[in-house]
Design a protein around this ligand. Sequence first.
Ligand code: GLP
Length: 240
Amino acid sequence: MKLILCKNYDEMSEKAAAEIACLVKKAPDCTLGLATGSTPVGTYKRLTNMYKSGELDFSGVKTFNLDEYYPISPENSQSYDFFMKKNLFDHINIKKENVNIPKGSANDPERECQRYEELVRSSDPVDIQILGIGVNGHIGFNEPGEYLHASTHVTELTESTISANARFFESEDEVPKKAITMGIGTILRAKKIILLASGRAKHAAISALLDDRITTDIPATILKTHGNVILICDEEAYYG
Ligand code: GLP
């Protein structure tokens, strides 16, 4: 795993945006794997600015998002569908048909998982997958547990995730208890993975990522089995 240690959130965002920009310029028809949460917001802002200044063109880019709450309507301002529009898609020239996010409003969630998994697997591999990390070490919504899932699946969110994500909702009660998420196998299929981490709350998870353990108690540690991972993190996440 390659480490890029940054002073702060802004520098982390700058480096991540530069990696993505470099790919989009070199391969205008590339596929990006995208994440939500507060961590990639600064990266998306920079990509938006590069588009507005004419530096980047997203018309040939395809995207797959990692996850979505379940059940949730795309119009709900807490949905990841809404988040992606607000923070990136509404501001760049990406084609609607090239954007893929699990449907949190699907009637049959199991079927939706199957549809999404097949879609990812039948498409060109993701060139760069952006990941954040939960305070408990989750990636996407692959939560700690006895075992991890290989494919896109419905997951029950842990208490830790519900309370960490409550800051985006009016109250903790409003946080959906389930989500649809790419599985570990779906994520590891990406050619390159960029994991972003900022702030002291992520220190324990980042420390586990940098030692030699691979454990389902900290799902991100499975990234050690992938040959092309860049960890871009700030000093608070690295040193605690
Ligand atoms: C959320 C998302 C993850 C994200 C993580 C961290 O629950 N499912 O994809 O990486 O939690 O969020 P944040 O960046 O806000 O700390």
